[in-house]
Design a protein around this ligand. Structure first.
Ligand code: FAD
Ligand code: NAD
Length: 472
């Protein structure tokens, strides 16, 4: 196997981390190839993650709103029905458009797109097994960036068939609405996909091991508010409950569950079980053993501050290494890794990475949760503002939720911002910028925000940290 061209950079994995690293490296004048094995660029995020789930969240929300919320707006609609096949087709169209868009970006930036499975043979060589079954291709390279991402963590003893027992990949592609769905894990995937199927008519029960929903990092007020609002939408929660075992041999799936505190066991049944207990780094077939690169106890590839493994020319970014498993975090690292290679420096501000849960209302946050600030021992103040007191939310008949600011008591510097509300995911961008610039909450409160907009709630919550809000 041989390929005469030597590359400056070979990126393994074409997800948000890998494709962005490849484009940036090429823009910096480095001869770059990107190896991807799934037959489409965009990784988990574009193919089976962020994008298809948001398509279904958006369209199921519109369906649900027309069914349950449209009369109060003075619109009478009759004969509303779900066409799941078309809803899925709309999702597939968005995915296709975006993944092929990245192929165009590769062409424009002269990134070589190599379709196949990449394995590191040695520090300066990646061997690719082509997707089309041809002979192995050898890519000689000065640098390697590993961006192989993650996969769903399986639940022991419950085999995933992506039909009855599904991960998120099956949950974005069901061909009919299940009557009963049980979600194992009340994290972001569980709540987003649980919302989709609940809106489309499934009876959804979320079983969560911890006492709160939302997964790690969610502020307790946000978690409680979201549980109340999602509960009102019909999702049932079994918190502090452990799934002991599952049996999918019958028509449906039977789960044995146990209360964490009282040890009481019961069994519940579902047509479809969604396993959403987290994701784990994916390094299968990558050849890490050929170069002695190690992973930690959770399978994450060990790196230093500059994303380097023990070989300084092999760097690692995104879900396969440390940090939040988020597409925009992987993208930032992709740019930084390419810049480290070309310029010797690069930077990601991990204190200013937003999180968004795209339920309705959305939840979004940046910085520390109140429980984290409390733990740090720092003195702090909290300012909140409810959307019920915001004029735009009122005219939109969309008033659930609130904005919460946490600021340093002494300096007023913003420590964390947490939003539950309509468009929270867009609104948080202002908070991320504020933290990036080291703003105080007073900086935001004295910045004019257009009226009537939802962002006035953001301003007033900031005001409430050091003074009183006007409208609440
Ligand atoms: P990935 O996107 O996983 O890409 C890795 C790629 O590498 C894959 O395409 C894989 O095929 C390829 N690969 C692996 N090994 C090899 C090999 N040896 N050779 C060649 N190719 C290889 N994040 C958000 O920020 N916002 C969201 O709304 C969001 N929604 C999500 C919804 C769902 C249902 C899921 C599952 C995830 C979601 N995420 C979201 C998380 C997001 O998808 C990931 O954080 C992101 O995709 C990580 O990017 P990555 O480049 O590190 O890895
Ligand atoms: P998660 O870590 O967010 O949540 C998993 C939940 O499952 C946790 O609350 C955990 O306590 C619970 N759990 C674990 N084992 C359990 C068990 N045996 N029984 C019951 N509950 C159990 O993981 P996820 O929701 O699977 O998401 C995976 C990753 O994908 C996350 O890192 C997330 O950030 C990312 N993602 C992000 C978005 C977004 O940004 N909107 C959307 C989807 C996924």
């Amino acid at each position: 196997a041989s390929d005469a061209t030597e590359h400056d950079v070979v990126v393994i994995g074409g997800g948000p981390g890998g494709y962005v690293a490849a484009i940036k490296a090429a823009q910096l004048g480095l001869k770059t190839a990107c190896v991807e094995k799934r037959g489409a660029l965009g990784g988990t995020c574009l193919n089976v993650g962020c994008i298809p789930s948001k398509s279904l969240l958006n369209n199921s929300h519109i369906y649900h709103q027309i069914k349950h919320d449209i009369k109060q707006r003075g619109i009478d609609v009759e004969g509303v029905s779900l066409n799941l096949e078309n809803m899925m087709a709309a999702k597939d169209k968005s995915v296709k458009g975006l993944t092929s868009g990245i192929e165009t970006l590769f062409k424009m930036n002269k990134v070589d797109y190599v379709k196949g499975t990449g394995s590191i043979a040695n520090e300066n060589e990646v061997v690719v097994k082509p997707l089309d079954g041809g002979a192995d291709i050898s890519l000689k390279t000065k640098n390697i960036i590993i961006a192989t991402g993650s996969e769903a963590t399986p639940f022991p003893g419950l085999e995933v068939d992506e039909k009855k027992v599904v991960t998120s990949t099956g949950a974005i592609a069901l061909t009919e609405v299940p009557k009963k769905m049980v979600v194992i894990g009340g994290g972001i995937i569980g709540l987003e996909m649980g919302s989709v199927w609940s809106r489309l008519g499934a009876e959804v029960t979320v079983v969560e091991f911890l006492e709160a929903i939302g997964g790690p990092g969610m502020d307790a007020d946000v978690s409680k508010t979201m549980q109340r609002l999602l509960g009102r939408q019909g999702i049932k929660f079994k918190l502090a409950t452990k799934v002991l075992s599952g049996d999918a041999s019958g028509e449906g799936v039977k789960l044995e569950i146990e209360g964490v505190k009282n040890g009481k066991t019961e069994s519940i049944e579902a047509d479809v079980v969604l396993v959403a207990i987290g994701r784990r780094p994916y390094t299968e077939g990558l050849g890490l053993e050929n170069v002695g690169i190690e992973t930690d106890e959770r399978g994450r590839i060990i790196i230093d501050q500059e994303y380097r493994t023990k070989h300084s020319n092999i760097r690692v970014i995104g879900d396969v290494t440390f940090g939040a498993m988020l597409a925009h975090k992987a993208e930032e690292e992709g740019i930084a890794a390419a810049e480290f290679i070309k310029k010797g420096y690069g930077h990601v501000n991990y204190g200013a990475i937003p999180s968004v849960m795209y339920t309705h209302p959305e939840a979004a946050w940046v910085g520390q949760s109140e429980q984290d600030v409390k733990k740090s021992g720092k003195e702090y103040v909290v300012g909140t503002f409810p959307f019920i007191a915001n004029s735009r939310a009122k005219t939109n008949l969309d008033t659930d939720g609130m904005v919460k600011f946490i600021a340093d008591k002494e300096t007023d510097r913003i420590l964390g911002i947490h939003i539950v509300g309509p468009n929270a995911g867009e609104m948080i961008a202002e908070g991320v910028l504020a933290i990036e610039y080291g703003a105080s909450s007073e900086d935001i409160a004295r910045t004019s925000h257009a009226h009537p907009t939802l962002s006035e709630a953001f301003k007033e919550a900031a005001m409430a940290t050091y003074d009183k809000a006007i409208h609440a």
